[in-house]
Design a protein around this ligand. Structure first.
Ligand SMILES: NC(=O)c1ccc[n+]([C@@H]2O[C@H](COP(=O)([O-])OP(=O)(O)OC[C@H]3O[C@@H](n4cnc5c(N)ncnc54)[C@H](O)[C@@H]3O)[C@@H](O)[C@H]2O)c1
Length: 474
């Protein structure tokens, strides 16, 4: 099958970088990324590459190379669908905030809207690829919508979940551990030979795109349901490791053990492995929590309550870790932070991204602001407007109160000046290289550092005079 045009619906953290890399690696294919958010598309088209809506190391260079050549960003969704041979659906699938499954299930309304639009617009056969993370068996829903609303056009549905990690998206896309493609070609039964052939051709077409730069042995093909479920499972396992080590950090603090030493000791066991054993203030990001909640919801719906409870505990532990971190700040600062300035170094949910969805920083800030603390956050990539939007979303107090208590800073030294404490919320490398003596000199004493990422050199900080408190350090 000759693929000439790709359309991707959703120009977010996944759609943008993923399509930029496909365009870079496949110059003979036109890749059009569409979104209903006009501002976002304008930002993707900005002459100033610092204005791209997604910050990822290396992304600007890829966009610079491909944009205008065979990579296009626009809001004309109908046209892009009509012209495409393959349509990736890469829209958001947040946790439902209303109705049945509220707070647990994935909200699939954006997916359904895409499916209906594809069905309405398409005039020739298309391959529709689920790039968004979806509950297992969503492809069935897609198929039903496409078949029933469509105009006799044949739609082949593939699942191709994205495993990139924010902060390393470009290197993950260029050199992934694996690419997963689920399709009907792997189904045991096909009604006709013709049906089987079409399913195989669709699968092959997508495999061939990735095979342009990824060794074939790293491209895994499965049936649709395995692919859909594998993405949820991968995120659940990753989050579970973070919660496991974080649960031990509490135990370390109570017993005098050091969580980093424990992590190293257990991580050298090849059955356990050393990655993803870093204790912290808790995981954030748009995916881990939502995907586990979705898994819990699916298990509950299927009557598998023990399975649901098991995975739910990962979220409970993560919430506990954020609460514990905030509580420690309050108790250390003599049981009150009222009117005290607390500098936050970092607001993004991890380093090398400007994404703040579910960031631990906003939850810790919220708890401290409930106690009337003045929070002075500084982040390298997060704009102040976003910090206010995050606090507003939590809906804990009025905008006026948020503006009084949250005082974002553009200079880290200003953020720390006259503060009673500094909390490290994001592991940005540059924090390590600050002039910590100068920071100490300008703080209220005792000057405390709560290192939610175990980023700084504890001995050095203590020598300067800081009261330094890391995570999981007894
Ligand atoms: N962010 C990650 O690191 C990551 C990694 C792997 C998988 N995923 C999954 O990928 C999917 C997308 O995540 P994201 O982080 O890119 O989300 P995002 O919110 O950054 O981007 C989604 C975009 O889709 C657009 N959109 C929604 N409905 C639309 C419609 N009907 N027509 C046109 N545009 C529409 C939105 O305006 C938004 O710009 C989610 O299912 C997520 O779980 C995310």
């Amino acid at each position: 099958m000759d693929i000439k045009n790709i359309c991707c619906i959703g120009a977010g953290y996944v759609g943008g970088p993923t399509m930029a890399v496909i365009a870079q690696k496949c110059p003979s294919i036109n890749v059009t990324v569409v979104d209903m958010n006009e501002q976002k598309i304008a930002d993707w088209n900005s002459d100033n590459l610092n204005d791209l809506p997604v910050y990822e190391p290396g992304l600007a260079d890829v966009v610079k190379e491909a944009r205008g050549r065979n990579l296009f960003f626009n809001t004309n969704i109908d046209k892009a669908i009509d012209e495409a041979d393959i349509i990736f659906i890469s829209v958001n699938t947040p946790t439902k905030t209303y109705g049945k499954g509220k707070g647990m299930a994935s909200d699939l309304k954006y997916i359904e809207l895409c499916a209906r639009q594809i069905a309405r617009v398409s005039k020739n056969d298309k391959i529709v690829v689920e790039k968004s993370t979806l509950p297992v068996r969503t492809a069935e829903t897609l198929r039903s919508i496409l078949k029933n609303v469509g105009t006799g056009v044949d739609f082949q549905i593939l699942s191709n979940p994205e495993f990139l990690a924010e902060g390393t998206a470009i290197s993950d896309l260029l050199n992934p551990d694996r690419v997963l493609i689920g399709g009907q070609a792997k189904a045991i039964t096909h009604k006709t030979e013709e049906e089987k052939k079409k399913a195989e051709e669709a699968m092959e077409a997508l495999v061939n795109i990735y095979a342009t730069w990824i060794p074939k042995e790293r491209i895994i093909t499965t049936n649709l349901w395995s692919s859909e479920l594998s993405k949820l499972t991968a995120n659940a396992f990753l989050a579970q490791r973070v919660s496991s080590i974080n649960s031990l950090s509490a135990l370390c603090e109570a017993t005098g053990a050091d969580v980093e030493e424990v992590a190293k000791a257990i991580g050298t066991d090849s059955r356990i492995g050393s990655k993803f054993l870093k204790s912290s203030v808790g995981f954030g990001g748009s995916c881990f929590q939502k995907d586990i909640l979705n898994l819990v919801y699916i298990a509950t719906s299927l009557g598998l309550q023990e399975v649901a409870d098991y995975w739910h505990q990962v979220i409970i532990m993560n919430d506990y870790q954020k609460q514990r971190f905030a509580d420690k700040i309050i108790t250390t600062l003599y049981n009150t932070v009222s009117g005290k300035k607390i500098a936050f170094l970092g607001w993004a949910f991890k380093k090398d991204t400007n994404d703040t969805r579910e960031t631990a920083a906003m939850y810790v800030a919220d708890i401290l602001m409930d106690d009337n603390a003045i929070i002075a956050p500084y982040d390298i990539k997060v704009i102040h407007k976003q910090m206010f939007a995050d606090m507003e979303m939590l809906n804990s107090r009025s905008d006026v109160e948020n503006k009084e208590l949250l005082q974002p800073q553009t200079d880290p030294y200003e953020a720390c000046k006259d503060a009673h404490a500094i909390a490290i919320l994001t592991e940005w490398d540059e924090f390590k290289d600050y002039d910590w003596q100068q920071i100490f000199d300008n703080m209220v004493k005792p000057a405390c550092i709560f290192d939610g990422r175990n980023l700084l050199d504890a001995n050095k900080m203590r020598k300067i005079g800081f009261k330094y408190i890391g995570i999981g350090k007894g």
